[in-house]
Ligand binder design. Sequence first.
Ligand SMILES: C[S@@+](CC[C@H](N)C(=O)[O-])C[C@H]1O[C@@H](n2cnc3c(N)ncnc32)[C@H](O)[C@@H]1O
Length: 128
Amino acid sequence: MAALKELRCGRVVADVSEPLPFRRRFERILLDAPCSGTGTLGRNPEIKWRMQPSDLPRFHDRQVKMLTRALDALAPGGRLVYSTCSLEREENEAVLEKVLGRLPDKILRRLPGVDPGDGFFAAVIPSN
Ligand SMILES: C[S@@+](CC[C@H](N)C(=O)[O-])C[C@H]1O[C@@H](n2cnc3c(N)ncnc32)[C@H](O)[C@@H]1O
């Protein structure tokens, strides 16, 4: 938040799974989506006990809604980065396939135990 203040960025509080309250479109969007956090199990082992089988479809549905809304706000020629700290296909590739019908060319996957730090997923989605 301090970094945003330094950049003098405006802040809007909105439910991104609903239609967004913007009249303009944006050239760059980062959708760091709420997720199960399974990429952070090394630091947050309680996730193993907290997670329920119904969580993944629930996260998936919300991520699909959020990505759809965020893409509506992307300007022509712009780029959106979709990211999660989840390792689950349901929250990553399956979300992109559902919304875009395919996987984008630029995808980054970081795996705990292979790469330093948390597990992480990010995909760069150019506007249509
Ligand atoms: C992975 S975190 C983002 C962390 C952020 N990038 C940071 O560095 O602090 C996901 C965020 O999405 C927010 N969130 C959850 N559901 C949302 C919704 N329907 N609309 C907008 N934000 C939501 C959560 O409150 C949480 O702050």
